[in-house]
Design a protein around this ligand. Sequence first.
Ligand SMILES: C[S@@+](CC[C@H](N)C(=O)[O-])C[C@H]1O[C@@H](n2cnc3c(N)ncnc32)[C@H](O)[C@@H]1O
Length: 336
Amino acid sequence: MHVPHSLRSGEELRTALAGLLDGLPPRQAAQAVDRLIANYRGLTPTDAPVLRDRSDVAAYAAYRMPATFEAVRSALAAFRDRLPSFTPASHVDVGGGTGAATWAVASAWEGEDRETTVLDWAAPALALGAELAGEASDPALRAARWERGIIGDGLKVPEGTDLVTVSYVLKELTDAARAAIVEEAARTAQAVVIVEPGTPDGYLRIIEARDRLIAAGFRVVAPCPHSAACPIEPGTDWCHFSARVSRSSLHRQVKGGSLAYEDEKFSYVAAVRGDVPQDAPARIVRKPQIRKGQVLLELCTAEDGLTRETVTKRHGGAYKAARDAAWGDEWPPAGV
Ligand SMILES: C[S@@+](CC[C@H](N)C(=O)[O-])C[C@H]1O[C@@H](n2cnc3c(N)ncnc32)[C@H](O)[C@@H]1O
């Protein structure tokens, strides 16, 4: 059976992660996760890496990486849908840690020739990331370079990089470092994809980065169908999406509970230098509400900002499409 590339790397990542805590007694694995959570709690930004040793990074990879991978994968899928002609020949994953976004890029674009560099200040994260990537079938992932670099200390993104990802990193940076890395990405890259937790403050960091990218001549590809100001009234709501993360038995063991999946909430912006195709369809910005004979959609539109649309049985094909539509999808889908 042919397994689509995008699914293959997700599977491979799960397999690579499953081997991670092998041999570590479950109680010790849980303790490593507890320590990691305690280190992250309230500690932003930090002036030294939180991921200090192998057990920190193994806990991070087991506890968080499947979720950050799925969030980035979802953002990249939206980006690809809008701009199918773009294929990055080079990728730099800033604050890449154990490589979640790098795996997501490998799942979005199969590319033997893509040059990949992961930059992070935490050497143990890079070492584990390289180990995990060594188990991938994607040649670009296996050949990735894992390099130390400190954001906020004049970190340079190599000239001519096609794609820069910054995934779940902005929260850990000072205001100055946050501005500096987005500006550095905008200076060199053709495309920038930034992902943050789907919280009110994560959304604000995305909006701040989005403004900087637009000021540097970028145009938004996703999720917004426009590059004008975000229509959300500050403080009233936040734009975020949800990615389903299936839990492996290791994930269940580390996180506790028996649910087969969880939903990772994230905010993101994907932008490219120069123009994007006009007439972008709206984006569904809330979980569609399915009622008897009708579906209520909350949309962000290019012309009218936030709107609501009720699609009923009378709309025929559109009704069926609305019933199948998911939070984060474009609306209407092609062909409807
Ligand atoms: C929450 S982790 C995210 C890792 C990965 N991008 C992901 O999506 O799973 C944050 C990463 O940012 C890195 N980081 C934080 N501050 C940094 C800095 N000033 N310079 C370089 N890396 C930094 C951390 O070491 C860590 O790997």
